[in-house]
Design a protein around this ligand. Structure first.
Ligand SMILES: *Cc1c(COP(=O)(O)O)cnc(C)c1O
Length: 242
């Protein structure tokens, strides 16, 4: 069951306050951090809540779920942006390009090629983020940090792709202390990698999509520009989602 809008609105206020606190401590402008609502496994109404509250975008894990949900959301919010944050298989690249506004989970040469071709066919320049396994988590998707320069170079050469920055997911841990330690290491790694490659290739790579419900303050301290938040906004998911 989805929570009601008032409850959502209180939760969103609390997260915004948490982001503002983390920004104040880091000397950052809170407007430089976007709160993205992760609506996976929740009904289309969850995306309507996000838009009604004034959030600019929602994140979905699976292509088909995102496509269906987008079609079901209110026509009152045409400006709401839909972003794919889950692993994407090459054979779904075309559908993803047609239905999403940005793809955050690009992690291979092969996928770059398919997305570029799909962008060309759709007559569109597809915004993407490169997903980097900055925490060296064996259980996570994402290109290895050592491959990031090569992947970026290849992405920048694609005519129908626009690289906005990087995305990562921090490894889990058994205790809150371990989780925080992993998150700090992962996010500062990604920030350093972004700074290095932005300078090397002379491109802004403005976006750092890092931080979720459990580690968003750590991510903001490390320079995150997009926090992807599901549980803290909508409550626990009933169905398992990868
Ligand atoms: C599910 C998911 C999130 C949101 O996680 P919460 O812990 O529920 O905030 C963020 N990013 C990705 C890639 C996800 O799959």
């Amino acid at each position: 069951m989805l929570i009601d809008y008032d409850e959502f609105s209180r939760r969103a206020d609390a997260i915004r306050a948490q982001i503002a606190d983390a920004c104040a401590q880091a000397g950052r402008d809170p407007a430089s951090v976007e709160l993205q609502a992760v609506t996976k496994t929740h009904p289309a109404a969850a995306a309507d809540y996000a838009a009604r509250y004034g959030l600019r975008s929602v994140g979905e894990n699976r292509v088909q779920e995102g496509v269906e949900k987008r079609a079901q959301t209110s026509a009152a919010f045409p400006a709401l942006r839909w972003e794919l944050i889950g692993h994407l298989q090459s054979n779904k690249a075309k559908v993803a390009v047609q239905h999403f506004d940005r793809i955050q989970s690009v992690d291979s040469e092969k996928l770059l090629m398919h997305l570029d071709r799909a962008g060309s066919e759709a007559g569109k320049t597809m915004p993407i983020l490169l997903q980097i396994n900055a925490g060296n988590d064996p259980a996570k998707f994402g290109a290895e940090p050592a491959e990031a320069a090569r992947l970026l170079e290849s992405a920048l050469a694609k005519k129908n792709l626009q690289v906005d920055g990087f995305m990562t997911i921090a490894p889990l841990g058994p205790t809150p202390e371990e989780i925080a330690r992993h998150a700090e290491r992962t996010f500062s790694n990604l920030r350093a990698l972004r700074d290095e490659l932005a300078a090397k290739f002379g491109v802004p790579l403005r976006e750092l999509s890092m931080g979720m419900s459990g580690d968003l303050a750590i991510a903001v301290a490390a320079g995150s520009t997009i926090v992807r938040v599901g549980t803290a906004l909508f409550g626990a998911r009933e169905t398992a989602a990868v």
